[in-house]
Ligand binder design. Structure first.
Ligand SMILES: [Fe+2]
Ligand SMILES: [Fe+2]
Length: 126
């Protein structure tokens, strides 16, 4: 992942890098790999979000309500397009190629970076 997307909390950056790796695989995969990789991306995202949510609960992050909501929305969209893609592959393709990266990048810049700042200010070590 490009360094400017890193929030400099390694346990978070690791998840984000893994996501981007899966996404770039889907963008250039064979047709037959599209849905399995899409499913893998959803599974990874569930784990990634659950991990952050656990940290927010544990450390009493002040803006966790907003962050949890945003996770729910992002995951809901991903699942919606995955479902659609079963019958209409183009829906899935356009989500993956034109939308997913932008959505993800915005989440890191606007939401995850706020969480990372909180951890740094509180001097929480991982
Ligand atoms: Fe994240
Ligand atoms: Fe997040």
């Amino acid at each position: 992942m490009s360094k400017e997307l890193h929030v400099n909390i390694p346990v978070m950056d690791e998840k984000h890098d893994e996501f981007l790796e899966i996404l770039s695989k889907i963008q250039s995969c064979e047709k037959s790999d599209f849905l399995p990789l899409f499913a893998q991306m959803i599974k990874h995202t569930k784990e990634h979000f659950a991990f952050e949510e656990e940290l927010m609960n544990k450390h009493g992050f002040y803006a966790k309500g907003e962050h949890f909501d945003e996770h729910k929305t992002l995951l809901g969209e991903m699942e919606y397009f995955y479902e659609k893609a079963q019958k209409h592959p183009m829906f899935g393709k356009s989500y993956i190629n034109d939308y997913a990266l932008d959505k993800f990048t915005r989440h890191i810049i606007n939401i995850d970076s706020q969480l990372a700042m909180f951890f740094k200010e509180k001097k929480i070590e991982f």
